[in-house]
Write a protein that binds this ligand. Structure first.
Ligand code: S3P
Length: 166
């Protein structure tokens, strides 16, 4: 049984995969992403799972994927933006090095506003972002051992700040 070197949490579009891969390269370890694990295991995209079975079913798959990855992976692990909604997942993150990549709402709208492939933002991105951030910010903060703001920073700068924050 192993444990990740770093777990990345934060909203969708904040750059967890890009920064996670940079961090993994810098640390000479592997990179893993629970969204990718779910897509591989299910053989279909996240948006399709939401449409076919609903968010609740996706959250169950996500909870299992996070639990498995936390015990199997010993590199950098990025979690989907909503993984922290689950109380059992939050409990599993206690004792891990968890970096919360944060961004403000306007930055989030700029980065993902037109991306209709993301099922949680399809109707009114700015309003939905505000609600998502209000509902989740404290959950990210609860599990985080370090918070790294990403607004106005390149992925390389964010990765550097994350390494310094460890
Ligand atoms: C979600 C974030 C997505 C993906 C799904 C739901 C969320 O992951 O798990 O669309 O609830 O915030 P990313 O944060 O990797 O985009």
């Amino acid at each position: 049984m192993s444990s990740p070197v770093i777990v990345l949490v934060g909203p969708m579009g904040v750059g967890k995969s890009t920064v996670g891969q940079l961090l993994a390269d810098r640390l000479g370890v592997g990179y893993r992403d629970t969204d990718d694990d779910i897509v591989t295991a299910e053989g279909r995209g996240i948006a399709d799972i939401f449409v076919d079975e609903g968010e609740g079913a996706f959250r169950e798959l996500e909870k299992r994927a996070v639990r498995t990855a936390l015990t199997e992976h010993d590199g950098v692990l990025a979690l989907g933006g909503g993984a922290v909604l689950d109380a059992d997942t939050r409990a599993l993150l206690a004792g891990q090095r968890v970096v919360y990549l944060s961004m403000d709402v306007e930055e989030a709208v700029r980065r993902t506003g037109l991306n209709v492939a993301r099922p949680l933002l399809a109707v009114n991105p700015r309003k939905q972002w505000r609600e998502l951030m209000e509902a989740r910010r404290h959950l990210y903060e609860e599990v985080a051992t370090a918070v790294v703001p990403t607004d106005g920073r390149t992925p390389e700068e964010v990765a550097e700040a994350a390494l310094n924050a460890l």
